[in-house]
Design a protein around this ligand. Structure first.
Ligand code: SME
Length: 150
């Protein structure tokens, strides 16, 4: 599926009456993009990232991550996307799955506050390019309003 088609589909999900919209978006991303091995949304509460909806072959033990810790906590601190081509080369990396080779974390920002993030692990090295960054930023912007209202 191309990014534009996926963006439109996610817009449709978010405009629908689906009571578990965010989970449906996560399921959609994980199933439609082959390199997106594990997809999760973390929500910021009291300076800690809490794991929300996720989809992938395994659960992670990192269900709570303090801001500033790991790649997730770094992105939540700076509000900047982290695109890590080789996780084993990044000393901040908190390992969740032995199969993970690369990771992207895109902050979800609502009215200038970092309220959460999209976290995607890939079993392939260097899985995420500028198009993924741009696409996921758009999805993060679309999710912001819904996550703020959760
Ligand atoms: N690898 C992340 C932790 C979350 S798991 O990938 C689901 C990190 O370094 O913050």
């Amino acid at each position: 599926m191309d990014y534009k088609e996926a963006t439109n589909k996610i817009k449709e999900i978010l405009d629908s009456q689906d009571e578990n919209k965010i989970q449906t978006v996560v399921d959609f991303l994980q199933s439609q993009f082959q390199t997106y091995s594990w997809v999760g949304i973390y929500i910021v509460k009291n300076d800690v990232l809490h794991l929300g909806p996720w989809n992938g072959p395994h659960a992670t033990e990192h269900t709570k991550i303090p801001i500033g810790h790991g790649i997730c906590g770094s992105a939540a601190k700076t509000g900047k996307t982290e695109n890590i081509a080789e996780v084993c080369a990044d000393e901040r990396y908190l390992s969740c799955f032995i199969s993970t080779r690369s990771e992207i974390v895109v902050p979800i920002i609502y009215k200038e506050s970092i309220i959460g993030e999209i976290d995607i692990d890939s079993d392939q090295p260097n899985a995420f390019n500028h198009s993924d960054e741009h696409f996921l930023k758009e999805i993060a912007d679309m999710l912001a309003k819904h996550i703020h209202n959760m």
